[in-house]
Design a protein around this ligand. Structure first.
Ligand SMILES: [Zn+2]
Length: 177
Protein backbone atom coordinates (compact mmCIF):
# COMPACT_ATOMS: atom_id res chain seq x y z
CA UNK A 1 0.00 0.00 0.00
CA UNK A 2 1.44 3.29 -1.14
CA UNK A 3 0.03 6.69 -0.30
CA UNK A 4 0.03 9.37 -2.97
CA UNK A 5 -0.70 13.00 -2.66
CA UNK A 6 -3.21 14.37 -5.08
CA UNK A 7 -4.84 17.71 -5.54
CA UNK A 8 -8.64 17.96 -5.41
CA UNK A 9 -9.98 19.35 -8.65
CA UNK A 10 -12.96 20.73 -6.78
CA UNK A 11 -11.30 22.92 -4.14
CA UNK A 12 -7.55 22.50 -4.61
CA UNK A 13 -6.98 20.79 -1.26
CA UNK A 14 -4.16 18.27 -0.95
CA UNK A 15 -5.48 14.79 -0.41
CA UNK A 16 -3.67 11.63 0.58
CA UNK A 17 -4.95 8.62 -1.23
CA UNK A 18 -4.04 4.98 -1.43
CA UNK A 19 -2.52 4.26 -4.79
CA UNK A 20 -4.98 1.41 -5.44
CA UNK A 21 -7.98 3.61 -4.86
CA UNK A 22 -9.78 4.75 -7.98
CA UNK A 23 -12.52 6.91 -6.51
CA UNK A 24 -12.34 9.23 -3.55
CA UNK A 25 -14.51 11.85 -1.93
CA UNK A 26 -12.77 15.06 -0.92
CA UNK A 27 -12.76 15.61 2.86
CA UNK A 28 -13.06 19.35 2.40
CA UNK A 29 -15.56 19.99 -0.35
CA UNK A 30 -17.23 16.55 -0.71
CA UNK A 31 -16.47 16.47 -4.43
CA UNK A 32 -16.46 13.00 -5.86
CA UNK A 33 -13.15 12.45 -7.58
CA UNK A 34 -11.67 9.88 -9.85
CA UNK A 35 -8.00 9.24 -9.14
CA UNK A 36 -6.21 9.17 -12.45
CA UNK A 37 -2.90 7.34 -12.38
CA UNK A 38 -1.12 9.15 -15.14
CA UNK A 39 2.43 7.89 -15.92
CA UNK A 40 3.87 11.31 -15.07
CA UNK A 41 1.64 12.51 -12.27
CA UNK A 42 -1.31 11.14 -10.35
CA UNK A 43 -4.16 13.60 -10.40
CA UNK A 44 -7.87 13.75 -9.80
CA UNK A 45 -10.79 14.33 -12.06
CA UNK A 46 -14.15 15.61 -10.91
CA UNK A 47 -16.79 12.89 -11.10
CA UNK A 48 -19.77 15.22 -11.46
CA UNK A 49 -18.47 16.39 -14.78
CA UNK A 50 -18.17 12.81 -15.96
CA UNK A 51 -21.67 12.05 -14.74
CA UNK A 52 -23.09 15.06 -16.53
CA UNK A 53 -21.48 13.97 -19.78
CA UNK A 54 -22.87 10.47 -19.33
CA UNK A 55 -26.31 11.88 -18.61
CA UNK A 56 -26.18 14.06 -21.70
CA UNK A 57 -25.16 11.08 -23.78
CA UNK A 58 -28.02 9.05 -22.34
CA UNK A 59 -30.38 11.91 -23.24
CA UNK A 60 -29.07 11.90 -26.82
CA UNK A 61 -29.49 8.14 -27.01
CA UNK A 62 -33.11 8.52 -25.93
CA UNK A 63 -33.64 11.09 -28.70
CA UNK A 64 -32.07 8.77 -31.29
CA UNK A 65 -34.19 5.88 -30.00
CA UNK A 66 -37.37 7.95 -30.27
CA UNK A 67 -36.45 9.16 -33.73
CA UNK A 68 -35.95 5.56 -34.85
CA UNK A 69 -39.34 4.79 -33.35
CA UNK A 70 -40.83 7.66 -35.35
CA UNK A 71 -39.26 6.39 -38.59
CA UNK A 72 -40.56 2.89 -37.88
CA UNK A 73 -44.04 4.26 -37.15
CA UNK A 74 -44.05 6.19 -40.45
CA UNK A 75 -42.95 3.11 -42.40
CA UNK A 76 -45.68 1.04 -40.78
CA UNK A 77 -48.23 3.69 -41.58
CA UNK A 78 -47.13 3.71 -45.25
CA UNK A 79 -47.81 -0.04 -45.36
CA UNK A 80 -51.08 0.24 -43.48
CA UNK A 81 -52.20 3.02 -45.80
CA UNK A 82 -51.58 0.74 -48.78
CA UNK A 83 -54.28 -1.55 -47.39
CA UNK A 84 -56.92 1.20 -47.61
CA UNK A 85 -56.21 1.94 -51.24
CA UNK A 86 -58.41 0.81 -54.09
CA UNK A 87 -57.31 0.04 -57.62
CA UNK A 88 -58.72 2.50 -60.11
CA UNK A 89 -59.85 1.96 -63.68
CA UNK A 90 -56.34 2.46 -65.07
CA UNK A 91 -54.71 0.24 -62.48
CA UNK A 92 -53.35 3.00 -60.30
CA UNK A 93 -53.83 2.75 -56.56
CA UNK A 94 -55.44 5.59 -54.69
CA UNK A 95 -57.20 6.32 -51.44
CA UNK A 96 -60.97 6.19 -51.78
CA UNK A 97 -63.23 9.01 -50.67
CA UNK A 98 -66.81 8.57 -49.55
CA UNK A 99 -68.11 11.04 -52.15
CA UNK A 100 -65.99 9.53 -54.93
CA UNK A 101 -67.22 6.04 -54.09
CA UNK A 102 -70.86 7.17 -54.09
CA UNK A 103 -70.59 9.07 -57.39
CA UNK A 104 -68.60 6.29 -59.10
CA UNK A 105 -70.97 3.62 -57.79
CA UNK A 106 -74.00 5.71 -58.83
CA UNK A 107 -72.78 6.08 -62.42
CA UNK A 108 -71.88 2.40 -62.67
CA UNK A 109 -75.23 1.33 -61.24
CA UNK A 110 -77.05 3.70 -63.62
CA UNK A 111 -75.16 2.16 -66.54
CA UNK A 112 -76.21 -1.32 -65.34
CA UNK A 113 -79.86 -0.26 -65.04
CA UNK A 114 -79.89 1.29 -68.55
CA UNK A 115 -78.22 -1.86 -69.94
CA UNK A 116 -80.81 -4.11 -68.26
CA UNK A 117 -83.77 -2.03 -69.43
CA UNK A 118 -82.40 -1.72 -72.99
CA UNK A 119 -81.53 -5.42 -73.24
CA UNK A 120 -84.92 -6.36 -71.77
CA UNK A 121 -86.93 -4.08 -74.11
CA UNK A 122 -85.01 -5.35 -77.16
CA UNK A 123 -85.83 -8.92 -76.19
CA UNK A 124 -82.16 -9.84 -75.78
CA UNK A 125 -81.34 -13.32 -74.43
CA UNK A 126 -81.49 -13.73 -70.63
CA UNK A 127 -77.70 -13.72 -70.05
CA UNK A 128 -77.50 -10.21 -71.60
CA UNK A 129 -80.24 -8.93 -69.33
CA UNK A 130 -78.67 -10.65 -66.32
CA UNK A 131 -75.31 -9.07 -67.06
CA UNK A 132 -76.84 -5.64 -66.41
CA UNK A 133 -78.19 -6.78 -63.02
CA UNK A 134 -74.86 -8.32 -62.00
CA UNK A 135 -73.19 -5.07 -63.03
CA UNK A 136 -75.56 -3.09 -60.76
CA UNK A 137 -74.78 -5.44 -57.86
CA UNK A 138 -71.05 -5.11 -58.50
CA UNK A 139 -71.33 -1.30 -58.65
CA UNK A 140 -73.14 -1.18 -55.31
CA UNK A 141 -70.64 -3.56 -53.71
CA UNK A 142 -67.72 -1.41 -54.94
CA UNK A 143 -69.31 1.81 -53.72
CA UNK A 144 -69.99 0.37 -50.24
CA UNK A 145 -66.50 -1.14 -50.08
CA UNK A 146 -64.88 2.16 -51.14
CA UNK A 147 -66.92 4.18 -48.67
CA UNK A 148 -66.13 1.84 -45.76
CA UNK A 149 -62.44 1.86 -46.69
CA UNK A 150 -62.52 5.66 -46.81
CA UNK A 151 -64.08 5.71 -43.35
CA UNK A 152 -61.58 3.16 -41.95
CA UNK A 153 -58.71 5.14 -43.48
CA UNK A 154 -59.94 8.36 -41.87
CA UNK A 155 -60.05 6.89 -38.37
CA UNK A 156 -56.73 5.03 -38.80
CA UNK A 157 -55.13 8.23 -40.05
CA UNK A 158 -56.31 10.31 -37.11
CA UNK A 159 -55.03 7.61 -34.72
CA UNK A 160 -51.67 7.63 -36.50
CA UNK A 161 -51.53 11.43 -36.40
CA UNK A 162 -52.17 11.53 -32.65
CA UNK A 163 -49.58 8.80 -31.94
CA UNK A 164 -47.09 10.67 -34.11
CA UNK A 165 -47.75 13.95 -32.31
CA UNK A 166 -47.27 12.21 -28.95
CA UNK A 167 -43.92 10.80 -30.11
CA UNK A 168 -42.81 14.23 -31.37
CA UNK A 169 -43.65 15.65 -27.92
CA UNK A 170 -41.50 12.92 -26.31
CA UNK A 171 -38.61 13.71 -28.66
CA UNK A 172 -38.88 17.40 -27.80
CA UNK A 173 -38.91 16.56 -24.08
CA UNK A 174 -35.90 14.23 -24.45
CA UNK A 175 -34.01 16.95 -26.33
CA UNK A 176 -34.56 19.44 -23.53
CA UNK A 177 -33.30 17.03 -20.83
ZN1 LIG B 1 -12.06 19.27 -2.50
Amino acid sequence: MKITKVCCQGCGADLQVDEDVRYVTCNYCNARLEVVHDPSVTHTRLMEKLEKTTERMAGNLRVIELQNELARMDREWEQEREGFMVTGKHGHRSLPTTAGSAVGGGFAALFGVIWTVAAGSMGAPAPFVLFGLVFVGFAIFNAVNGASKAEAHRSAESLHESQRAELLRQIEAARRE
